[in-house]
Every structure is written in C-alpha cells, then in structure tokens.
Design a binder for this molecule. Structure first.
Ligand SMILES: NC(=O)C1=CN([C@@H]2O[C@H](COP(=O)(O)OP(=O)(O)OC[C@H]3O[C@@H](n4cnc5c(N)ncnc54)[C@H](OP(=O)(O)O)[C@@H]3O)[C@@H](O)[C@H]2O)[C@@H](O)CC1
Ligand SMILES: [K+]
Length: 552
C-alpha cells in the first residue's frame, strides 16, 4: 500500500519544502525534469546515451539525422516548465528536440519562464496551434508536458494532437516493435496525461467534447505509455480509468522529505495483521480467534454464503457457522465440513443463535434474497450490535428502507459495487457519473467518504479502484492497477469471498476500517498469486500461500 496524494496535498508539500529553505521551486523543477529523463532511459535503455547512435530515418529531412529525436509539448503552467527542462536535458544528451508551447510564453509562471528562457538559448519554441506539424512518425519519443495537477477545465484546440498521441499509445510504446520508419513513438506523460484530473482519474470535458466523443472523433485527453510523476503517486493515477490512461506510472524522487510520502509496504501489513497475539493464533482455542456467523439463502441459493464462510475460515476466524433455513440444511451439510451448520428458522431462530455471546462477527446479504424475512434478519443483526458485513441483497434492502439505514452503526462494513452504491446513495452516484467539466473533479474518494459519513460506518466501494472510507474521513484505495492489475478477479462469487475475508478479520478483532482494507488487499493478493483462470473458489484456497509469502 502506498499513500496517494491529491494535487492540493502535493502543492502543500512543495510549498512547505520551499518555505523551509530546503529547496527552491526552480530546483524542484530541475529535479522533476531530470527524473523524467532518467525514467525514459530506464524504460528504454536503447535510448540512453551509452547505447550509441540512433537508427536513422531514411526519409526524414530537416533534422540532425545522427541523434535521437524528441518532441516536447509544453503547456502554460509548471508542467510545461518541466517539459522545458526535459527538452534541455535531452538536447544536452545529443538529441534533436523540437519544442511546442500551448499558450503565451509571457504568462508562464516564474520557474517555467526561467526554463523557457534557458531552452530558448538552445532551440526555438513553436506555437502549438492547429497549424502545428508534430511529425510524430519521425520521433523516438513524445513528451506530454501540457497539463499536470493544475488542470482546471476542458482542453480546447488540441483535438488532432490528442488523436495522434492516443494512436501512438495504442501502437504499444515499444521501441523494439518499431523496426521501420515512420513509426509510432512511445508517449511519456509528465505527472499525468494532459486532460486527466489528478484528483479523480477522470477526463475533464464539456458537452461540446462529449458530442465529439459520440461522433467518434477526437479524444478529450491524452494517454501515455509511461507516466512519470513526482514524490508520490496522485489519486488520479489509481482512480477511475487513471490506470488505463497512464500506461505505466513511475515516481521520481525529487528529494523532498515529507510524511505524506510514507508507504505502507507489505511488512507493515504483516505487522498490522499480527498486532496482537490472538490474531496471530499463537495461543488460545478456536473461540479466542472469533466466531463468525454467515447467513445463507434458501434451498439452491447457498453458494454465495458458502464461499463467504470458507473465506472467513481461511482468513483465520476461529469458528465459522453458516446459518440457513431448515429446508436448506441438507444441501449445505452435503457441502460443508469445517464450517459449522445451524438451522436458523426466521428472525426468532436468528435471535436465539445470537444469544451465544462468542459470536462476534456477522455477514448478511450474499444469496440472502430480498424478502421481508431477510429484512427482519438484517434488523436483528443490526440490533445485536455485532461487527457485521452487509453485502449484496442486504445492501438492496437497506437502500430501500430508511429505518434499516438509520440502524447502521460504526461496527458495520458496507461492501457495495457500483449498482448497489447507486441504490444506497443515488445522489452521490449521480454526481460521480456526471461529466467532469472542471478540475479537481468529484472523485470516487469524495463519494465514498460522503457515503461513510452518511451511513455512520465503513464503506468499501468495490471496483478495480476499490475505495474504503470510514465516517471520520479516513480513506484508502485498493487499486488493482499497474503491477497489481488482476482483471481475472472480475469473476462470479469474487465479491462473496471478499465479504467473507472481511467478516473473518472482524471476527479476529480487526477494527472495521482495517478489516476492510486488509480484506481488500488480501483479495487482490490472492488473485495475483493464483493468476489467470481463477474462479472464486480459488481465492480462499490461495490464502495460505499468500500468508506464507508474507511470513505470517
Ligand atoms: N507541486 C510540486 O511539488 C511540483 C510540481 N511540478 C509540476 O508542476 C505541475 C503543476 O503545475 P501547475 O500548478 O502550474 O499546473 P499545470 O497543470 O502545469 O497547468 C496549470 C496552468 O494551466 C492553465 N489551465 C488549466 N486548465 C487549462 C485548460 N484546460 N486549458 C488551458 N489552460 C488551462 C492554468 O490556468 P488558469 O486555470 O489559472 O487559467 C494554469 O496556467 C505538476 O503537474 C508538475 O508537472 C514539478 O515541477 C515538481 C514539483
Ligand atoms: K502532462
């Protein structure tokens, strides 16, 4: 886990470093530019100076044919300033560099202006207007330094360039594949591809741009094969389709010290998981590791609850009981061994089961159905005050029923996917779905935080960019992107397993927010460990391997 920053947090860190005298803004820009160039040479070593002369484009005229060629597209802010630094450093490394500027050089902010002038001593700056000819097919690299964390509104007048950039990115960004000229060079975005909001991962566009998308013409933002950000990743690299637009993200160290760049690596997760002896199962009997109860649906509907129960047991709950309607006992008995089984006849039966005060965690919803009886069971569960995961059908019922919603308490964890979130919080979902016309845009983080505050409990809003928030505003993201991308996790029953992991961790004594964070992290980790071909049943079975790798 890595801490992700908003644009405002990054600006505050930068300002604090400058105010403390630690560094100047100009020095930071220099380090940022250097970081980009180093990242390019690391990603494509054949472009590094030590690799010797560049391949020559036979039909290319008007440029120094010996060197590598880059085009740098600079914008009107400090992102553009970084671009001028990159242009200078590449030129110093022997490259042929062409620089275009979108906007008025006179209005550049001070540090960007200094670097514009430094570049001006080495080469010219052409205006990035519709008449500009970028000749991308004759470059080795395209640098997108148009907009970064300061994007405030939709891009305009850049459509054809954005199309060319996206076409290059689609071509794969591998120099090895580019045996013949002309080719589609890799695109490197400075900080974030231009047009993407760094706080939300969403492209900023207006109705006119939306119409262009509908007509299938120019895109509304750039994309990249490699994105080089600074100090720490931003929310927009992980949320929404940020991972799709950014390609690969590397973070250049620009030498500012701040707590906000603190990371939460695996070792800390292990420490977290082992915080108390009882969680480590060093001692005690099964009930000292918690007892989780998971309610299943009626006959033929028990699969989801069984998956959740298996996951809760594997993640370490001492005991797991599956409670089902009497008619479903035979079906479940035929499937379960280590998981205990109890016939639960309606609300009274559930209340009777809850008299056992060793039961400390519940999971309601998977395969439960949306009957009145299910509603009663949820009400009984909430009244018991137990730590509790509410998933699937339970979320549908709570979304329909203000009374149930009002009974949610701080020991609850809601685990909605997009559709369930919209049923629970229709206004928040609508705001999130509306086109983002100004930056910073409303993000999944904003929506989940607001939802957790409103519900008074932890909310885990599922997706490839899972966001988890508690009512205090604490928030984290479990993004299955980049090196943690596991698209095969989108498989039937995977959500039930996640609910089970969280329930098991609640039973083991994890606080709701931490249970949700850890459950989500382990869920992705199991998927990564298993790999493609995964089905939901595989996830709990992969846990022992994941735990062993973590040293637990
Ligand atoms: N923070 C740090 O620690 C470090 C930051 N660094 C770098 O600085 C970058 C942030 O710089 P930044 O704040 O100047 O923002 P940036 O994205 O360049 O553009 C803002 C300009 O664009 C304008 N504008 C906005 N939208 C527009 C549109 N659609 N169409 C047209 N204009 C538009 C906006 O104008 P305004 O809204 O004021 O009218 C303003 O003039 C960051 O991403 C990183 O690369 C590094 O050097 C290392 C340390
Ligand atoms: K950019």
């Amino acid at each position: 886990m890595t801490e992700l920053l908003t644009a405002a947090q990054m600006r505050a860190i930068e300002q604090a470093a400058i105010a403390s005298g630690e560094v100047t803004g100009l020095e930071l820009m220099e380090r940022a530019g250097r970081g980009v160039v180093e990242a390019i040479f690391e990603e494509w070593p054949e472009l590094a100076p030590s690799w010797g002369p560049a391949p020559k484009p036979p039909e290319f005229s008007g440029q120094d044919e010996e060197g590598h060629r880059a085009v740098v597209l600079c914008g009107p802010g400090n992102n553009g300033g970084d671009g001028f630094v990159v242009a200078r450093l590449l030129k110093e490394a022997g490259w042929a560099v062409e620089v275009f500027l979108y906007g008025d050089a006179e209005k550049l902010p001070p540090d960007a202006k200094v670097n514009y002038e430094r570049w001006g001593e080495m080469g010219e700056v052409l205006p990035l207007t519709p008449q500009a000819s970028l000749e991308l097919a004759h470059r080795h690299i395209v640098i997108d330094a148009m907009f970064g964390t300061g994007l405030a509104r939709p891009l305009s007048g850049l459509g054809p360039f954005l199309r060319d950039i996206c076409d290059c990115v689609d071509a794969g960004g591998s120099l090895q594949l580019q045996e013949r000229w002309p080719f589609s060079p890799p695109v490197v975005a400075i900080d974030i591809p231009s047009g993407i909001c760094a706080d939300s991962g969403r492209p900023i566009f207006d109705e006119a741009a939306a119409e262009r998308i509908r007509r299938g013409s120019s895109p509304v933002c750039a994309a990249a094969n490699l994105t080089v950000s600074f100090h720490a990743r931003k929310l927009g690299h992980a949320l929404a389709l940020g991972g799709f637009w950014c390609g690969k993200v590397v973070c250049a160290d620009i030498g500012i010290s701040s707590q906000a760049s603190r990371t939460l690596p695996r070792s800390e997760l292990v420490k977290m998981a082992n915080e108390s002896g009882s969680r480590f199962k060093r001692n005690g009997h099964k009930y000292s590791h918690g007892h989780a109860v998971i309610l299943s649906g009626s006959v033929g509907k028990g699969g989801a609850a069984r998956l959740a129960a298996r996951a809760a047991l594997r993640v370490g709950a001492g005991a797991v009981t599956l409670g089902c309607p009497p008619a479903a006992v035979i079906e479940n008995a035929a499937q379960l061994n280590a998981i205990m089984l109890r016939a639960v006849k309606g609300v009274d039966g559930f209340n009777a089961a809850l008299e056992d005060d060793r039961i400390n965690a519940l999971c309601l919803g998977p395969g439960m159905g949306v009957s009145d009886e299910s509603r009663g069971l949820i009400e009984a569960g909430l009244k018991s005050g137990r730590a509790m995961v509410l998933d699937a059908d339970a979320l549908t019922l709570i979304g329909r029923d203000a009374l149930l919603f009002g009974m949610l308490h701080e020991k609850c964890v809601l685990t909605p996917h997009g559709g369930e979130f919209a049923r629970l919080f229709p206004d928040l979902a609508e705001t999130l779905a509306a086109p983002a016309t100004t930056g910073p845009a409303y993000s999944k983080v904003d929506a989940t935080r607001e939802a957790a505050k409103r519900a008074g409990c932890t909310v885990l809003f599922k997706g490839p960019d899972t966001v988890i928030a508690d009512p205090s505003g604490r928030c984290s993201i479990n993004a299955s992107v980049y090196e943690r991308s596991a698209p095969w996790l989108a498989t039937a029953g995977s959500g039930d397993v996640l609910a089970g992991f969280i329930t098991g961790l609640l039973a083991r004594g994890f606080a709701p927010m931490r249970a949700a964070e850890t459950g989500a992290w382990l869920h992705t980790e199991c998927a990564l460990s298993f790999g493609p071909g995964l089905i939901a049943e595989d996830l709990p079975e992969e846990l022992p391997k994941v735990f062993r790798a973590l040293g637990i």
